[in-house]
Design a protein around this ligand. Structure first.
Ligand code: SF4
Ligand SMILES: [Zn+2]
Ligand SMILES: [Zn+2]
Length: 309
C-alpha cells in the first residue's frame, strides 16, 4: 500500500503502518516512535526521574536507535516526552578480529557526536580470552558470546552503580523468543520474560525500551535519522534458531496486522502474572559472587577453562 499523505501534517508520507492504518512523513514517523517508546517507559515504569541508565551499545542498528530515541526524550522540552535521566553507554570489545574493532569505533564515534559518556570493556582484559580464542577451540562462538555479554554488561552496571541497563531488543526479538518458549513449554524461561527485570543483589535492573517497536520500524528509524550501524556481519554469525519463528510471525502479521504486539502484550498482562511464583531467585557463584543458578557461574567456568593459568 502506498503511504499517501502524512496524517499529522498532510505532507508526503514515507511510511505506512498497517497495524495503526497510519501514514506518516519522516519527521512525524520519528516523533511517533519516540512517543511510543516514551509511553512504554511510563507504562512499565522502566526509568524513574533522575535514574542513571547505562545503554548497551553494540554498534548494531537497534542499539544505536535505542540511544537516539532516549536522547530525543532527554533533550525534549515537551513535558509528555521529556525524560530526566542520566544516559551513558558501554560497548564490549569481544575480540573478534576484523569485526569488534568496527563495532567499537562506530560506538565511540556515535557517543562523541552526541556527547554521551562511553566505556569500552575489553573481554581479553576481564576474562583472559576472546571470542576468537573460543572459536579456535571449537566452542560455539554465539553461545559463549551470550554468556559473556550477559555477565559483563551486568557486572559493569552493578560496579558502576547504574540503576538500569537498557538493551536494544525489539518487538520481533521479543515475540520470537516468546513463541519459542511457548512451543518448548519452557515455563522457567517464560516466567523470566518481561521488558523490565528488577534489580536484586548482584543484578542491575534490565530494561528493553524498544520492545514494542518492530524490526522494520527500527530499520526505517535508523535510515531516516542517518544512523550508520556497523558495516558487515560478525564472522561467526549463524542463522539464529529464532529466525524461523520470526518468519512465521511475519507471515501472521501480514495477514493480521498487530499480531506480534497483541501476543507480547497479552503475555505480559495476562499470562506472566500467573507465572510469577514459579521463578526461583538464583544463588551465588562460588567464585565471583554474582548470581548463578549453578554453583559456579558460566562466565567463571569459561574463565577457569580458557583464561590465563
Ligand atoms: S554473531 Fe555470535 S559471536 Fe558474533 S557477536 Fe553475535 S552472538 Fe557474538
Ligand atoms: Zn508529517
Ligand atoms: Zn562467577
Amino acid at each position: 500500500m502506498l503511504a499517501g499523505r502524512c496524517r499529522w501534517c498532510d505532507g508526503d508520507a514515507e511510511v505506512f503502518l498497517p497495524y495503526a492504518r497510519l501514514s506518516l512523513c519522516r519527521t512525524h514517523f520519528k516523533e511517533y516512535i519516540v512517543r511510543r517508546v516514551r509511553r512504554t517507559i511510563e507504562k512499565y515504569r522502566m526509568i524513574k526521574e533522575g535514574e542513571r541508565v547505562l545503554v548497551a551499545l553494540s554498534g548494531g542498528k537497534d542499539s544505536l536507535v535505542l540511544l537516539h530515541v532516549l536522547l530525543a526524550m532527554k533533550n525534549s522540552n515537551d513535558p509528555k516526552l521529556s525524560l530526566n535521566c542520566d544516559l551513558e553507554a558501554v560497548t564490549l570489545d569481544l575480540g573478534i578480529r576484523g569485526y569488534s574493532e568496527k563495532c567499537v569505533s562506530v560506538a565511540c564515534a556515535y557517543c562523541d557526536e552526541f556527547n554521551v559518556p562511553h566505556y569500552t570493556v575489553k573481554l581479553i582484559e576481564l576474562a583472559g580470552f576472546t571470542i576468537d580464542d573460543m572459536a579456535s577451540q571449537r566452542r560455539p562462538a554465539c553461545s559463549v558470546c551470550g554468556v559473556v555479554k550477559r555477565y559483563v554488561l551486568n557486572k559493569v552496571g552493578v560496579e558502576m552503580g547504574f540503576d538500569r541497563l537498557a538493551m536494544g531488543h525489539n518487538l520481533d526479538d521479543e515475540a520470537a523468543v516468546l513463541l519459542s518458549n511457548y512451543l518448548s513449554a519452557n515455563v522457567e524461561l517464560l516466567s523470566r520474560q518481561h521488558p523490565v527485570l528488577p534489580a536484586r543483589e548482584g543484578m542491575v535492573s534490565r530494561i528493553k525500551p524498544l520492545f514494542e517497536v518492530s524490526e522494520s520500524e527500527t530499520s526505517m528509524y535508523a535510515q531516516f535519522q542517518g544512523l550508520t550501524p556497523v558495516d558487515g556481519k560478525c564472522p561467526y554469525a549463524v542463522t539464529p534458531s529464532t529466525h524461523r519463528f520470526k518468519r512465521a510471525l511475519n507471515a501472521l502479521e501480514e495477514e493480521a496486522p498487530a499480531t506480534k504486539i497483541k501476543m507480547v502484550r497479552g503475555f505480559i498482562e495476562r499470562v506472566k502474572p500467573l507465572l510469577d511464583n514459579i521463578e526461583t531467585p538464583p544463588g551465588k557463584c562460588a567464585v565471583c559472587g554474582y548470581p548463578s543458578s549453578s554453583g559456579i557461574c558460566g562466565f567463571c567456568r569459561l574463565k577457569k577453562a580458557y583464561g590465563p593459568m
